[in-house]
Design a protein around this ligand. Structure first.
Ligand SMILES: [Fe+2]
Ligand SMILES: [Fe+2]
Length: 296
């Protein structure tokens, strides 16, 4: 199936993305929320992503609370990156204004969906805030991060975006869908998100190949360095937020927490999943991470 689709002419692949986008289209309130509230009796982020098994010093209830904190942050991180993804998609749509109108429609729908996803994740943050203790902080400025990211080449931004949208699909299919103890509403948020992200990953690849075909080897080489810098910058943001989440947990879990124990495990576990390669980043990456953090 995949092989057949991959050999289709580009315009046909854009057309299929439009067709799928129309077929799966959903509404935040009517399809996802459906009048429900979050229940703190359930986990939010699955064990496969929270790495809850590493939190050996926590009780089962505390591990569930960690999954709820991390689930809230997971949703907020998506809302954060979708700001720069949407701006780049709108910029790329310019290349199709007077060309392939199907490609233009595909990117316009992509942008519309990312705006909706940002609204969904703001809604989720507020709904989780209604049921968890006060004091949670997510102080990263989406516009400042977007400005810093969009200062890199289109190739680097598209490659980062493709990576994000591919792991979004994998997180859902390999960890979220299969965890039977998860909050139904949390699971539905990422089910509906997955449905639209499936088209985005295809469009990212089409656009990345199109941009790549017009680049020199030197420009591509520089773009790869920029991609590594961006991954390191994202890692910096995740590390800072993991520390904020650990402090929130320590302040609200209801018992004194040894910083060398539970809180540091949470800090380490929260930043594990997707960016470990960033630690092999070239010189300049740490500075870039600091720039993004400082602007945020
Ligand atoms: Fe999205
Ligand atoms: Fe997306």
């Amino acid at each position: 199936m995949t092989a057949v689709v991959d050999t289709l002419p580009e315009t046909e692949r854009y057309a299929r993305a439009v067709e799928s986008s129309k077929r799966v289209r959903w509404d935040i309130e009517k399809d996802v929320i459906r009048g429900r509230r979050f229940d703190t009796g359930h986990k939010f982020l699955p064990d496969g992503l929270s790495l809850a098994g590493a939190f050996a010093t926590l009780s089962p209830g505390e591990r569930r609370f960690v999954s709820q904190i991390q689930g809230r942050t997971y949703a907020n991180i998506f809302g954060l990156v979708e700001r720069f993804i949407n701006a780049k998609v709108l910029e790329l749509s310019h290349d199709h204004w007077f060309g392939d109108q199907t490609a233009l429609e595909a990117l316009v729908r992509f942008s519309d969906e990312e705006l909706k996803h940002q609204a969904l994740f703001r809604r989720i943050d507020a709904m989780i805030g209604d049921v968890l203790p006060s004091g949670y902080r997510f102080d990263v400025d989406a516009n400042a991060v977007a400005h810093a990211v969009l200062g890199k080449s289109t190739w680097a931004v598209l490659a980062l975006t493709l990576d994000i949208e591919l792991f979004t699909l994998l997180h859902y299919t390999q960890s979220i869908a299969s965890d039977a103890e998860l909050s139904e509403i949390f699971k539905d948020v990422f089910l509906y998100h997955w449905k639209e992200e499936s088209q985005h990953a295809i469009l990212d690849e089409l656009e990345l190949v199109r941009i790549d075909s017009g680049m020199t080897a030197d420009a591509r080489d520089r773009a790869v360095d920029e991609l590594i810098q961006l991954v390191a910058a994202v890692d910096g943001i995740l590390q800072a937020q993991a520390s904020a989440d650990a402090e929130y947990f320590a302040a609200t879990c209801g018992r004194p927490v040894d910083d060398a124990g539970a809180a540091s495990a949470l800090r380490d576990g929260s930043r594990q999943p997707d960016y470990r390669g960033a630690r092999a980043a070239p010189e300049g990456s740490a500075r870039d991470a600091a720039v993004v953090r400082d602007q945020a």
